[in-house]
Design a protein around this ligand. Structure first.
Ligand code: COA
Length: 167
């Protein structure tokens, strides 16, 4: 058999989310989370949170969307913070560090913008790899397993607490 021509992989790039990414993001999120997507407690937060596109990233392989992380401005008690989610990576692109890279980029952007912390609802075994820990004193708008409420603070001495509300 003649040698197969070697086709280079399209380069991976990271860009802030713009409205044109919307349809591809919807398809990725529907695939990643399924029909239960809108029943999550995180959705209750996003109903009143302010979307922050400048802190939200898309990972593109060439023109194809392969990952997304969205960020939302809220308050936790008296502290202005950012709520992270959803985070999703295309099934074919998983386990190469892309999920962690998206979280790192979003958190770095939040920190550079002067936000005190990044909060999310998720699995500690994944998110502790990227600096998150339990935030059991934070109160979300509907009941949730407190072990899934996670925070990455800029100043670890300032413990996050209080109710998550709109800014
Ligand atoms: C979670 C997700 C974004 C990770 O993307 P990714 O590009 O594979 O992430 P990384 O390559 O940085 O990390 C992969 C590692 O995290 C682990 N991991 C993924 N999801 C996990 C979870 N929910 N709990 C614990 N570990 C998890 C993988 O098993 C893998 O472990 P390994 O390195 O020991 O093989 C991706 O699996 C996804 O889109 N899942 C569906 C949507 C979802 O659950 N989003 C998170 C919502 S809180």
């Amino acid at each position: 058999m003649p040698p197969q021509p070697c086709r280079p992989e399209p380069a991976l790039s990271f860009v802030n989310e713009v409205p044109e990414h919307g349809p591809a993001i919807e398809a990725l999120l529907n695939g990643a989370f399924g029909p239960g997507r809108f029943a999550k407690v995180s959705e209750r937060v996003r109903e009143f949170a302010a979307f922050a596109p400048e802190l939200s990233f898309c990972a593109l392989e060439g023109e194809r969307l392969v990952g997304v992380v969205r960020m939302w401005r809220v308050m936790a008690g008296d502290q202005p913070i950012v709520f992270l989610g959803p985070l999703a990576v295309d099934e074919d692109a998983r386990k190469h560090g892309l999920g962690a890279e998206l979280v790192e980029r979003a958190c770095a952007a939040a920190e550079a913008a002067g936000e005190a912390a990044v909060l999310l609802v998720g699995d500690l075994p994944f998110f502790q790899r990227v600096g998150f820990e339990e935030a059991s004193d934070v109160i979300l708008p509907s009941p949730v397993d407190p072990r899934r409420v996670l925070v990455r603070t800029v100043d670890p001495a300032r413990k996050l607490n209080g109710r998550v509300i709109a800014r």
